[in-house]
Design a binder for this molecule. Structure first.
Ligand code: 3PY
Ligand code: MG
Length: 247
């Protein structure tokens, strides 16, 4: 089953953010049995070329979604052409923006995705098969991480082609003037609205959680696509803890 179909079926999928441009880190995370990996091109030093290497390492083992550098057409096209199983697009704040994301990500006639002969298309050798299946098998996830996105949520949820909405709690809190105050009632209310509205129309919800407590809370609220911590956070936390035992 494609990752997109697993996502749409509501399967609980626990992943982590890959922020280090290291194939070795991806190998280690795959061995830890994450259900998926979130390759972050928005906030890390991972280039398109690095991301392609990471996808090569993960290929056939662990599905990877690329968080695109931006919501621009080029960023979306490149993430898909290097062979990601789908995209997570940051800061999608209106139905118009969500519709543009779907258009950029889907081949004609439904969309306007431009044709390349990259890794996704078997460097041209699997082109026909790829274009026949791409629109149905690639996951399109949009981030709700601004209060405008929450206010415009109903319109975003109605855009055909969106497979899940993904809460970015930190940027969402920032958009309310409460950066990092995730327990603030206004931030919590915005998060609750996303879950309530998405649930009404059967849309899967994803979220980033820095800690296991935050992840458990999101799961309890009905999140199925979890991005738990980051590679660097997991490394740093474990290193500190182990070192603390010796000092
Ligand atoms: C946020 O919290 O803003 C995020 O985008 C987490 O990935
Ligand atoms: Mg964010």
């Amino acid at each position: 089953m494609s990752f997109r179909n697993r996502l749409r079926s509501g399967e609980k999928l626990i992943g982590t953010l890959v922020t280090l441009p290291s194939p070795e880190v991806v190998e280690i995370l795959i061995d830890c049995d994450f259900d998926w990996l979130f390759l972050d091109l928005e906030h890390s030093a991972i280039s398109t070329r690095d991301a392609q290497r990471l996808l090569q390492v993960a290929s056939g083992k662990t599905p990877c979604l690329v968080r695109t550098e931006s919501k621009d057409e080029t960023a979306i096209r490149k993430a898909l052409d290097i062979g990601a199983q789908g995209i997570i697009v940051p800061q999608v704040n209106s139905a118009e923006e969500a519709a543009r994301v779907v258009t950029y990500a889907q081949y004609p006639p439904g969309g306007s995705r431009s044709v390349g002969l990259g890794r996704a298309q078997g460097y041209g050798l699997k082109f026909k098969n790829y274009i026949e299946n791409a629109n149905e098998s690639l996951a399109i996830v949009v981030q709700i991480e601004h209060i405008d996105g929450v206010r415009n949520l109903q319109g975003i949820l109605d855009v055909p082609g969106i497979d899940a909405v993904f809460i970015g709690p930190y940027d969402l809190s920032g958009s309310l003037g409460k950066l990092g105050q995730l327990h603030d009632p206004e931030v919590q209310q915005a998060i609750k609205t996303v879950f309530t509205e998405a649930k009404k129309c059967g849309m899967p919800v994803g979220a980033f959680a820095a800690t296991t407590d935050a992840a458990s809370d999101f799961i309890a609220r009905g999140a199925s696509l979890l991005a738990f911590a980051t590679d660097a956070l997991l490394l740093g936390t474990a290193a500190k803890k182990e070192l603390g035992c010796l000092k």
